[in-house]
Design a protein around this ligand. Structure first.
Ligand SMILES: *Cc1c(COP(=O)(O)O)cnc(C)c1O
Length: 405
């Protein structure tokens, strides 16, 4: 079967027949991308207003990252960590210096970075803090999203993420998001860590009250509890700062990164911490066959250089302010609230709007790709390379769609 003879519906049929139905994608079949634009198999062009959930902050197929990938792929893609390679040490230095930590630990998916942070905090709790064996508690927030592994869904309060997947990993406790005093009240002598997203992305682009992270930082310090910021989605420029926690000038003890760490080319994630915490890992304690492989490291090195050289956090800040201000001026009966930071923006719809999905479908027909989150929120998160003219192009279409009945 020559795939040049296939059309959109053929691909949809094949996927429906042979692929697990664990997603409900929009019915657009993409084959090419460049910068903020993607093209489907029919040749239609779309502005990507999702960026693969913020993995493509640097834009699709960024030529510099592509070159780094090709160069490394032709030399040596994988060594495993049984041997050393000449890319990982350079990535580790670059990432640690960029974000101000003493150590990094490389993994692949965001979920694996979070799993690593959980294992590290528990071990730190037992070996450093002195929590009795098996008693470590980690506090997370209602509405959190940190991935799909069995342990991570154990602290999700989204019923669908848990339904049918128990028994769950014990040792987690939930508090309301944005409520620092609730965190304070939930801490016990066995609490080892608090894990929090600076903005809840999958939870519906929920921005906590100003001062929340600062207060959380104080509480964690006061009680000798590790503060883990899950910056897999908010990190690396998305919110208009290198890390979203920089908005409140706080430094977490542990940071998880993923998504944009590779500019969308490859799954690359990492955990950052200082020696006193990361030092609990000894050879054999933890690992991954692909984590820290030379291809991943070469890609991530260039993806980070692009982020800095092209001043993408700064552009996200400026363009995000412009986009959010303009969205707030749209006088649509469907829009309840526009919120976010930088280029991570959620448009919450009124109950009567009939759900976010139909707006995403209408936007697709206008040439704009985005995805609903939590049924009533449309998330706008274009690549951070977007210009003002391109935002104007998008706004014209967004306004048209939100004016429909
Ligand atoms: C996407 C995401 C993850 C999980 O990343 P995967 O690469 O999908 O495993 C973890 N935390 C946050 C905040 C995320 O948005």
């Amino acid at each position: 079967m020559l795939n040049t003879q296939l059309h959109t519906q053929d691909y949809i049929d094949l996927e429906n027949q042979y692929n697990a139905r664990n997603y409900k994608p929009l019915d657009v079949v993409l084959e090419r991308g460049e910068g903020i634009w993607v093209w489907d198999v029919e040749g239609n062009k779309y502005l990507d207003f999702l960026s693969a959930y913020s993995a493509v902050n640097q834009g699709h197929a960024h030529p510099r990252i592509l070159n780094a990938m090709i160069e490394q792929a032709t030399k040596l893609p994988l060594t495993s960590r049984a041997f050393r390679n000449n890319q990982l040490p350079l990535l580790a230095k670059q990432l640690c210096e960029l974000l101000g930590y003493q150590k990094m630990l490389p993994m692949n998916s965001g979920a694996e970075a979070v799993e690593t942070a959980i294992k590290m905090s528990r071990k730190w709790g037992y070996k450093v803090k002195g929590v009795p064996e098996g008693k470590a508690e980690i506090i997370a927030c209602h509405g959190n999203f940190a991935g799909r592994t069995t342990t991570i869904i154990s602290f999700s309060d989204e019923p669908q993420y848990q339904d049918g997947f128990g028994p769950f990993t014990p040792g987690f406790k939930l508090v309301p998001y944005g409520d620092a005093e609730a965190l304070q009240a939930a801490i016990t002598p066995n609490t080892v860590a608090f894990i929090v997203e600076p903005i809840q992305g999958e939870g519906g682009v929920i921005v906590p009250p100003e001062g929340y992270l600062k207060r959380v930082r104080e509480i964690c310090t006061q009680h000798n509890v590790l503060l883990i910021t899950d910056e897999v989605q908010t990190g690396l420029g998305r919110t208009g700062r290198l890390l979203a926690s920089h908005w409140e000038e706080i430094r977490a003890d542990v940071v998880t990164l993923g998504k944009a760490l590779s500019g969308g080319f490859y799954p690359v994630s990492a955990v950052l911490a200082d020696d006193n915490i990361m030092g609990v890992f000894h050879p054999g304690d933890h690992g991954s066959t692909f984590g820290g492989n030379p291809l991943a490291a070469a890609i991530a090195r260039e993806a980070l250089h692009v982020l800095i050289d092209e001043r993408l956090p700064e552009n996200a800040d400026a363009m995000g302010t412009y986009l959010m201000t303009s969205l707030r001026q749209i006088n649509s009966k469907h829009i309840k609230e526009v919120r976010g930071k930088g280029l991570l923006i959620g448009v919450e719809l009124n109950e009567q709007a009939g759900g976010a999905r139909r707006f995403c479908e209408a936007l697709m027909h206008e040439g704009l790709l985005c995805k609903e989150t939590h049924h009533t929120v449309v998330r706008f998160a274009p690549p951070l390379t977007i210009t003002r003219d391109e935002i104007d192009w998008a706004l014209e279409r967004i306004e048209r769609v939100f004016m429909m009945d």
